[in-house]
Design a protein around this ligand. Sequence first.
Ligand SMILES: [Zn+2]
Length: 499
Amino acid sequence: MMNRNLSLLFLMWAMLQSCQNLSQGNSDYSNTMTLDTTQYNALHDTYKESALFHRRFKHSDIDSLIRVHQERGTLSIQEIGKSVESRSIYKLQFGTGEKKVMLWSQMHGDEPTATMALFDLFNFIEGRDDGYDSVRHLLKERLTLHFIPMLNPDGAERYARRNAQHIDLNRDARDGQTVEGALLRKMAKEIQPGYGFNLHDQNIYYNVPDTKNPVTISLLAPAYNYARETNEVRKGAMQLIVGMNHILQQYVPDAVAKYDDTYTPRGFGDNFQSWGASTVLIESGGKKGDPEKQEIRKLNFIIILNALLEIAQGSYKQYDFQDYEKIPFNASQLHDVVVRNVDLGNDSVPLKTDIAIRRGEITIGRDYFVRGRIEDIGDLDESYGYEEIDADGLMFMQGETYPKTFDSVEQLDMDQVWDLLKQGYMAVRINSKGQDRLHQLPIVLFTQQQFTPASQIGLSGTCNFFLGDGQNRKYAIVNGYLIDLSQRPKENFYKNRVN
Ligand SMILES: [Zn+2]
């Protein structure tokens, strides 16, 4: 009996608390409902959409997931239009609240990180009895959420930025000439959101200025005019960003930046801001050891959910919008590999200098391979690398082609390749290219008659050579990958293709 009374009392107290949470005024945010990193981590673990696990998913993957969510019935789902190549574009809606929020992702087909996070969010919204029903209730009562994941499905199919007509949708906000751009415009006019989330990926070579930290997330409250003035609408976006940055700093300290804030009259973020929606641009960047951006996807989930909670409660207004200005702008000083102080001279002309390398991705279906390229040679003190070595005392050493031919990739394994590299071999001839020509061995595989490893380091040449003291090789650079020859190369890391 006593126990029962106590639990009743507790229940009443809890209800009172949540009523307080829901009814608080503008100035006191002490009762704001917030989640901490432990809670966010647990939520993402539980609700992460396992059908999406790398960046090159396609519209068919999204289509199947949409069927699942339709059956669950929590979100109201509508096909709002079709792409140029007739792929369905969907809107998922949740909540009955006064504050209208629009979130759209992947208007650039090769920028998929936030799409994954949105599907994680859908799973969370549909969850129940996990201790977070009060969060869902709050969102549902206060907000009407309109999600448009994968606005550019034709681009996603090719893993390309532009739509099937080669138009950059983010330069079509003013004209609305593309079907996809016109659709987003139309939705904005119909919904008249008070808040907008424009979800993108930026390249992985942006860094926090003068540090070797890749920018993992960059944020922007886009300008609505050339003077980059601040009105109440843009100020709201800045305050939301200050809140998002608080939580990001707990996950990726000093890896957050601002995106270029130049006014772009053709861009959607800029237009949404001028149409009266406090609009936040989220750009997923790079993080060492996260090539498929699964950790960055989690950060998207967290900061979007955090922002929605703040919008629901108005609590973002507690932040000083001028703190937004303290977030540094993206710098572009980062490379995959920087080699410092390498000896590139010859017998008659000395040269000691630095090399910077980047690896471009080339998509093959749902997979890809890279092409390593020397981006720069010279004094690169202001450049940084995901990997850096001091090559003082080391010089360029040409690789050799192994004299024996193998039948296929399968005849080689990592131990053999490591041995070959240590002996100075950079290339191996094989008879069969294999089906998709892709392989994960850090050595040049080729099927032509001949392959000539680079005889010197140049800006346009291939990126395959050794660094050593003239006698012994210490590092191999294979297709832009740096391999320390004293350590067995990593499995499942290299993305190469048979030449
Ligand atoms: Zn983009």
